[in-house]
Design a binder for this molecule. Sequence first.
Ligand code: GLU
Length: 469
Amino acid sequence: MTIATRFPPSPTGDLHIGSVRTALYNYLFARQQGGRFVFRFEDTDRVRSTEQAVQNILAGMSWLGLDYDEGPHYQTARFTRYEEKIAELKQSGHAYKCYCTKQRLDALREEQIASQLTPKYDGHCRNGQEGKSGSFVMRLKTPVDGHVIVQDEIRGDVKIENSQLDDLIIARSDGTPTYHLTVVVDDIDMDISHVIRGDDHLNNTARQIHIIDALNAKMPTYAHIPMINGTDGKRLSKRHGAVSVLEYRDNGILPEALLNYLARLGWSHGDQEIFSMDEMCELFSLRAVNKSAAAFDPDKLLWVNQQYIQSMEIEQLASYAAPFFLAIGLDIEEHEKFVAVVDAQRTRVKDLIEMAEKSAAFFGRFSGHEEAAVKKHLRGVIAEPLQALRERLSELEDWTPNKLQAIVQQVAEERELKLGKIAQPLRVAVTGGSASPGIEVTLWLVGKEQCLERLDIALQLIRDRVSSA
Ligand code: GLU
């Protein structure tokens, strides 16, 4: 069998991280099986679909690198095909025209609710309303008795009684097809072998199986994946924080990290947490997807992001980081230096916004010495060693980490001070704060001119503090 999976979002909003996980599982499965991954927009709901959502979803897919073999298809371009299939169902007696008015359906519904019955269409027009005129919808003739078994790769066999399903509408009164019809026709036409989607679609699957049967088509294999909840157990929504994929991009999360985190959310392979895309493609298995809902944990995502920041190929990391440095106005023109900064910071940050912010001091940006750091580290006793450092640094021609390291060490040793006793005040003096990469790298990246300038300011601060004490 040739394998094909699909990702068919409705462009009614931003690309949601829950949808991305669904897309990812479809992607991994297709790649692993050497199959096709098909992308299509289910945009027949013309009121709720927007071009902005289409663009947002396309941008999200491209940022994540979830490339597809086919598509994007647009359902709005396939109306003629759906009309054909609706006619075919009518012809074969599997669909009928329903002329029931809204008033009748509303009254029916109220009656059923009052009698504590599940509201559903009563099949009023099922047996022959031919010759009638007026506005009508097209309904599928769903079997009244018996049941449907959804053979699910994740949940096993799920039995749904036909009595729970009503004669669903496949074409609206304006002739446009509904979701159930279009999704089935597309999956058949696009030779989809595996339908992997959220388990909120389980009931829809039972209905769609009846359409597939009526069209005499081959049944795909189904896999319904559990929902993603917030840490409070409620379905993940904006209340829990960012749900739109591009927000994660803008918050400094790496696409590889987001995909890795989402893959693990509901699927596991032993205790392994970090997977390359190749590993995920190789190891992913529908059978190993959890049956119960997973909880989205932003802290865990940050942890995964941190792992990727630490280990990603440096030029690649730098290209992801660049927009964040530019966004806060840092001049990263000098590429080698920029890459060196990224490399120096990669073990110290959880996201790229933090990386850029913490790197400002390396690009000539100095917003003064932090008060707490000054109080703690720029005391009178350090004035002399800092002055000595200033002299030697000013004489240094070859401004390299090795030479800088040697100078700091020398000044400390001459005064029988531990390296940290000198390095920390020096760090505060040249960056303004008490956290930065190793002292020699810090000095190197801040640059000679800026180091000397800031040391002078620090020395003046110390003198002022001493004289006012
Ligand atoms: N357009 C549907 C949705 O976004 C697709 C459901 C399906 O996978 O069949 O929920």
